[in-house]
Design a protein around this ligand. Structure first.
Ligand code: FES
Length: 233
């Protein structure tokens, strides 16, 4: 099945900014994520974890982020019943980017933005190994293989520089993908209103919590694994 980041996309350096009209997600305080279309044809690019197109023709959809809705990925008001609190309780201590400098590539990593979906450690374990210090070895695989894995990082925590040029973003149409037992993956610069991204991470893609347990709300921080979140919508 296609995963977020699998589609062929053009690489983009950090400049210039993209000024297309983009759909946006507005996190509602103690409530759902409101996904609003800017295109008159309605919401597009909302994909279920089974690859189905959702929400077509609607101006907006309310997406569950408390983890308790019976109609996931849509909100059914369960946040009121469970007293969902959307406060970000993160102290920000992990929000800084580290540079792992290799001979031909520098890998940038911001732990504070990571959703721990493990595409890197499973995709290229010789480079990304949590049992080693430092855990990233930028010289342990060919550059193109490293780039391919970094481009599958859905949270934007990983990026890279080659020959002095930094690459954080990809050139992709906007879409929101529901991940089985995990977050929403945003691609293509879907705007997240009233939020501050982690230090020097991608502005084109990120992951939003839908289990309700993240400390770094509205972003996913991997807590869905700790709480055993299960959903296949
Ligand atoms: S979905 Fe990842 S922390 Fe909630």
């Amino acid at each position: 099945m296609e995963q977020p980041g699998d589609r062929k996309a053009k690489r983009r350096t950090v400049e210039p900014a993209d000024d297309r009209r983009r759909p946006k997600i507005s996190p509602v305080k103690n409530g759902p994520l409101l996904y609003q279309a800017l295109d008159p044809s309605g919401v597009e690019g909302l994909i279920s974890s089974r690859g189905e197109l959702l929400g077509r023709g609607r101006d907006s959809v309310s997406l569950c982020r408390c983890g308790a809705s019976a109609t996931k990925p849509y909100c059914d008001g369960a946040h009121l019943r469970i007293g969902f609190d959307s406060t970000n309780t993160c102290d920000g201590s992990l929000d800084h980017r580290l540079d792992h400098v290799g001979e031909r590539i520098t890998i940038h990593y911001n732990h504070g933005a990571c959703a721990h979906l493990r595409h890197c450690v499973t995709g290229l374990p010789e480079v990304f190994d949590h049992d080693r210090r430092p855990w990233i070895d930028p010289d342990a695989a060919p550059v193109e293989e490293i780039i391919a894995v970094i481009e599958r990082c859905p949270s934007g925590a990983l990026s890279y520089s080659v020959a002095g040029e930094e690459h954080r973003d990809l050139e992709r149409p906007p879409r929101v993908v529901v991940v089985k037992d995990g977050p929403y993956c945003l691609e293509g610069g879907v705007e997240v209103e009233d939020t501050i991204r982690s230090e020097r991470v991608s502005g084109e893609h990120c992951t939003l919590c839908r289990c309700g347990a993240a400390e770094n709300k509205p972003f996913c921080d991997g807590s869905h694994r700790k709480v055993g979140f299960r959903d296949e919508s």
